[in-house]
Design a protein around this ligand. Structure first.
Ligand code: ADP
Length: 247
């Protein structure tokens, strides 16, 4: 892992909310081609770090580099066009629109076009149907997104992110609230995408899933990493075991 090219580099990132330091001079490197995990207790700053990387929030200090380019002053949509995608802890689909319409929604102007026309066609629709096939949801393409289970909606959101052809996808709690049978499918989809060259940074509370899927694992505490290594090392690190894995 160490000899892979860094795709994402966070250097000394800091974010304060009033007197609270949510991210405290954090350094983090995500190697190209890796599935890197970010774990740690609630309130340790993982989601805030995601927000700094995607541009939803501006850091008070530090630098963020993506693909060799400094991005921390760029707006979120520019970061998206550079190849940075993310999913959310709670899905943000348009529940009354069809699954297919949701998948094309992030494409420029697509949302308004599909709302007006009510149907999706052309190259975008072909690509969206292909991605729905990839995540195993082809048969739901024309159903309202709100009629799918929560885990299926998370897969729709992943297909939506894939429309932008990202190089790095940040997954925020992908297994949260998801039926265990779909967690397995989600892991297979992530592995399949990773084999095609997509890099992942995953925040997840499901530690067995993280240890199975991700390498390396970064452990966050009080706004910065306290340990980083392969799952085998993290599993046996006494500090990590004691504080975070509850073993
Ligand atoms: P995690 O994702 O590890 O659970 P968060 O990044 O959500 O942690 O939160 C880190 C700390 O920052 C917490 O104490 C949280 O209450 C605080 N925090 C997060 N977002 C905000 C916000 N928008 N305003 C004020 N405090 C926030």
């Amino acid at each position: 892992m160490a000899d892979r090219w860094p795709l994402l580099e966070v250097r000394g990132a800091t974010k304060r909310f009033g007197g609270l330091v949510a991210v405290d001079g954090a350094d983090l490197t995500v190697a190209e081609g890796s599935i890197t995990a970010l774990i740690g207790p609630n309130g340790s700053g993982k989601t805030t770090l995601f927000n700094l990387v995607t541009g939803a929030m501006r850091a008070d200090a530090g630098e963020i580099w993506f693909g060799g380019q400094r991005i921390d002053r760029l707006p979120p949509w520019t970061r998206g066009h550079l190849g940075l995608g993310r999913t959310f802890q709670v899905t943000r689909l348009f529940k009354s629109m069809t699954v297919l319409q949701n998948v094309v929604a992030p494409m420029p102007d697509a949302r308004w076009r599909t709302m007006l026309a009510g149907a999706v066609s052309g190259h975008e629709a072909d690509r969206a149907r292909e991605l729905l096939g990839f995540v195993g949801l082809s048969r739901f393409a024309d159903q309202p997104a709100g009629s799918l289970s929560y885990g299926q909606q998370k897969l729709v959101e992943l297909a939506q992110v894939l429309m932008m052809e990202p190089r790095l996808i940040l997954l925020d709690e992908p297994a949260g609230g998801v039926n265990p049978s779909l967690v397995g499918r989600l892991c297979d989809v992530v592995r399949g995408l990773n084999e095609q060259g997509v890099t992942f940074l995953v925040v997840e509370h499901n530690v067995p899933m993280v240890l199975e899927l991700c390498d390396p694992v970064v452990v966050f505490s009080r706004g910065k990493p306290i340990a980083c290594g392969p799952p085998s090392l993290i599993r046996s690190d006494p500090v990590v075991l004691d504080a975070y894995l509850g073993e």
